[in-house]
Design a protein around this ligand. Structure first.
Ligand SMILES: [Mn+2]
Length: 161
């Protein structure tokens, strides 16, 4: 199969001009010198929430990041309303191929039915070892969310008003 380029060569140089591809530069005038741009490039990344009817019902919140799905088990489910803080226990990274998985895990750890509860794209606004600011663009989860690591594998997840 021959793939035709989506952009004709004459337009390519225009499209890749740094001043246009690096969005934050556009806001340079309104930005104070003291402000920090935490995440310069903002790629389109996916997030996923699975409702997991394991021995203990929980929701698995997953962020596509570093070519894996960073994962948290949220016993009460991700909050839809601002101001509700939910415990999110970080669990092992999952492969990207797991994105969108639905089905029944037959036996062993995590046995039970898995359904996609929400999915969509997100923008990674801030990334620190113990803090993520993410703008979620799902069907149920929309808006600015925080994930804050407070102890060991334990994080707090909440929506910002
Ligand atoms: Mn799970």
């Amino acid at each position: 199969m021959i793939l035709k380029p989506m952009v004709q060569p004459t337009n390519l140089s225009k499209q890749l001009r740094p001043s246009e591809s690096e969005a934050p530069v556009k806001n340079a005038k309104s930005r104070k010198k003291t402000d920090t741009i935490r995440v310069f490039a903002k790629p389109r990344l996916r997030f996923l929430v699975q409702e997991h009817h394991a021995r203990q019902l929980h929701w698995d919140f997953r962020l596509e990041l570093d070519s894996v799905l960073k994962s948290w088990a949220v016993p009460k489910g991700p909050p839809i309303e601002p101001g509700v803080k939910r415990l999110a226990v970080q669990v092992e990274d999952h492969p990207l191929s797991y994105y969108g998985f639905e089905g029944t895990i037959p036996e062993g750890y995590g046995a039970g039915e898995v359904k996609v509860w929400d999915k969509g794209f997100y923008v990674l606004e801030v990334r620190e070892p113990r803090k993520y600011h993410v703008l979620l663009k799902g069907r149920k989860l929309k808006g600015n969310y925080r994930l804050i690591n407070f102890k060991d594998k334990n994080w707090l997840m909440y929506k910002v008003a």
